[in-house]
Design a protein around this ligand. Structure first.
Ligand SMILES: Nc1nc(=O)c2c([nH]1)NC[C@@H]1CN(c3ccc(C(=O)N[C@@H](CCC(=O)O)C(=O)O)cc3)CN21
Ligand SMILES: CC(C)C(=O)C(=O)O
Ligand SMILES: [Mg+2]
Length: 296
């Protein structure tokens, strides 16, 4: 087989209208347009908090898009929520790309952010550029996200100059868990100043938003106030411009003890396990398939 040189059919994803829009750029009669990074700045300026969720596949991306979630993150948390690794560190670009492509293919409204996995951007600005370009070209992402503060200013500058919107991520950065000493709150006391400096450096470098993970609410409030770009909190209190959760945590699919910042809005694990148990039971009793599910 030769390499696939064909131009992929345009999926028209940036212009395809969703039928029942209420989000950015819509009126009751006009279809929703794709959320753009400048809309997020407008939400901040209007003081309207907005939600972000992770998504890793077609059905969840469609549902969350229709529910009006303006930003979907294809997180490297796919490592422990899709692929079965114990941390985010092992997942790589080749595993992440098909998930990103699935999510962009399945949305018409949400801005889709691809999370750059550990080891795919830290080596050099050139490596960051190469990886980000793959997520934009092959994954059809609308933006990328990377973890780190001042040390990543050159990377963020290069990507934004090349036309790639970048979301930052500071506070607890899971890709550095071994350096940070485990899953711990960051930015307490003096390190709150460091965090603010990191946030300002990312903004100056051109980042369009910054995630703050597991930081005290007061420190996150200060950063949110000082930045013109939106802050997105996860375990960062109520004063951030936006809030993000991993969807399996939000919907109660993940089992076991969740981090303290999680709120479960459903019991998807319970729904799925009882559905599987009912199916198994009916098969064992010979009740499924019934005549309705059979061909004659
Ligand atoms: N399902 C899932 N949810 C997440 O929020 C998430 C992932 N996966 N994978 C990547 C990272 C890892 N994250 C984590 C993982 C664990 C804790 C945790 O155990 N937190 C405890 C201890 C906090 C402390 O000791 O200060 C907590 O109770 O919040 C926090 C963030 C956040 N991200
Ligand atoms: C929790 C969010 C911010 C994330 O980075 C991820 O899901 O990978
Ligand atoms: Mg991540």
């Amino acid at each position: 087989m030769s390499a696939d040189n064909s131009t992929p059919a345009p999926d028209g994803s940036t212009e395809t209208p969703a039928p029942y829009g209420t989000g950015a750029g819509s009126t009751p009669d006009s279809p929703r347009k794709r959320v753009r990074v400048h809309h997020l700045r407008e939400y901040k300026d209007r003081g309207e908090p907005w939600p972000m969720l992770t998504a890793y596949d077609m059905y969840t991306a469609e549902l969350f898009d229709e529910a009006g979630i303006p930003v979907l993150l294809v997180g490297d948390s796919a490592a422990n929520n899709v692929f079965g690794y114990d941390t985010s560190l092992p997942v790589d670009v080749d595993e992440m790309l098909p998930l990103v492509r699935a999510v962009t293919r399945s949305t018409t409204h949400a801005l889709v952010v691809a999370d750059l996995p550990f080891g795919s951007y830290q080596l050099s600005v050139e490596q960051a550029m190469g990886t980000a370009v793959r997520f934009m070209k092959e994954g059809r992402a609308h933006a990328v996200k990377l973890e780190g503060g001042r040390d990543f200013v050159p990377h963020v500058e290069a990507l934004t100059s090349a036309g790639i919107p970048v979301m930052g991520h500071i506070g607890f950065t899971p890709q550095s868990e071994h350096n940070l000493g485990g899953y711990r709150v960051q930015g307490r006391g003096e390190s709150g100043e460091t965090m603010l400096a990191d946030a300002l450096a990312l903004q100056e470098a051109g980042a369009f938003a910054v995630v703050m993970e597991m930081v005290p609410a007061e420190a996150a409030k200060r950063v949110t106030h000082e930045l013109a770009i939106p802050t997105i909190g996860i375990g960062a209190g109520p004063h951030c411009d936006a809030q993000v959760l991993v969807w399996q945590d939000m919907a109660g699919l993940r089992r076991g003890k969740a981090p303290r910042f999680v709120k479960r809005y459903a019991d998807v694990a319970g729904v799925l396990s009882s559905a599987a148990a009912s199916f198994a039971d009916e098969v064992r009793r010979g009740e499924f398939p019934a005549p309705e599910q059979s061909f004659h």
